[in-house]
Design a protein around this ligand. Structure first.
Ligand code: ZN
Length: 233
C-alpha cells in the first residue's frame, strides 16, 4: 500500500493544493493527516473542507484543539494566539464539531499516527531529535509511528545500528509541515510510505508562497506569519 502522510497544514491552501496535486500524480491508496489543519494561515475553512474530503483519517493537533479550547491559546506565542483567535472566528459550528471529534491517536494497518510525542500526545510534547525520539521508543509497540508538531522533516531510527529507513526495523518519522516548514527548506513537505516496497520518501513541493503570504497580510494576521513562509523557519 502507498500512503501519503500530510501534517501541519496550518490553513495554507496554496501549499495544500500543491501537495495534493503531487500526491495525485504519485498515486496513493490513502492519505493520513497528522493534525494542525488550521492556525497561522488565511484559509482555515477551505483547508478543513479539503482535508475532510481527501484525508478523512486525521488526528487532532494543538492548533485544531485551540479552536474549541480557548485556554490552550494562553500557552501559545503572541502571534500564534492572535492567529488562533482569528481562526476560531472563521469556522462554522459544523466545522468545529468535526475538529472536536478528532482522536489523539490513529492506528491503521499496524502504523501509529499522532500529532505530538507518542507517549502522551495529549500533552503536546515535541520530539526534536534522535535522542528524544529514542526516549519514546518504549511508549508504543508498533513498528512505525508518524508524528508532526515540530515542522521538521526527519526519519528517526529507534535502533542505533540502523541508519536509514527500511521496511522492518522500528522508526519514528516526521513528514514535515505542508503549510509552514521550519527546517530551512520553504517548500511544502509531506511523506510517502510504500509498505510493499519497504520505502519511505520525504517529498518537497514548490508552491505559490507569495499568494499564501499575501493572504495572511490581507487578513491582518501577524506579518511574521507571512515572512516565515519565505524563510522556511
Ligand atoms: Zn503545527
Amino acid at each position: 500500500m502507498r500512503v501519503a502522510i500530510i501534517s501541519d497544514i496550518h490553513a495554507n491552501l496554496e501549499a495544500l493544493t500543491a501537495v495534493l496535486a503531487d500526491i495525485d500524480a504519485e498515486g496513493v491508496d490513502r492519505i493520513v493527516c497528522l493534525g494542525d489543519v488550521v492556525g497561522y494561515g488565511a484559509n482555515p475553512a477551505e483547508c478543513l473542507a479539503l482535508v475532510r474530503a481527501r484525508a478523512p483519517h486525521c488526528v487532532l493537533g494543538n492548533h485544531d484543539s485551540a479552536v474549541f479550547e480557548p485556554e490552550l491559546r494562553l500557552l501559545f506565542s503572541t502571534n500564534a494566539r492572535a492567529a488562533a483567535e482569528w481562526t476560531a472566528r472563521q469556522l462554522d459550528a459544523e466545522a468545529v464539531s468535526w475538529l472536536r471529534a478528532l482522536p489523539f491517536r490513529l492506528l491503521l494497518d499496524g502504523v501509529l499516527f499522532v500529532h505530538a510525542a507518542p507517549s502522551e500526545p495529549e500533552r503536546w510534547d515535541y520530539v526534536f531529535g534522535l535522542m528524544e525520539a529514542r526516549m519514546h521508543a518504549e511508549s508504543f509497540t508498533e513498528r512505525l509511528c508518524f508524528i508532526g508538531h515540530t515542522h521538521h522533516a526527519a526519519v528517526y531510527s529507534l535502533r542505533p545500528a540502523v541508519k536509514h529507513y527500511n521496511g522492518f526495523d522500528r522508526f519514528i518519522i516526521n513528514p514535515g509541515s505542508v503549510g509552514q516548514p521550519r527546517d530551512g527548506n520553504p517548500r511544502a513537505s509531506y511523506g510517502l510510505l510504500d509498505t510493499v516496497a519497504g520505502s519511505y520518501e520525504n517529498r518537497r513541493i514548490e508552491y505559490d508562497i507569495a499568494r499564501a503570504a499575501g493572504k495572511i497580510i490581507g487578513a491582518k494576521l501577524p506579518k511574521r506569519l507571512a515572512d516565515r513562509l519565505y524563510e522556511g523557519r
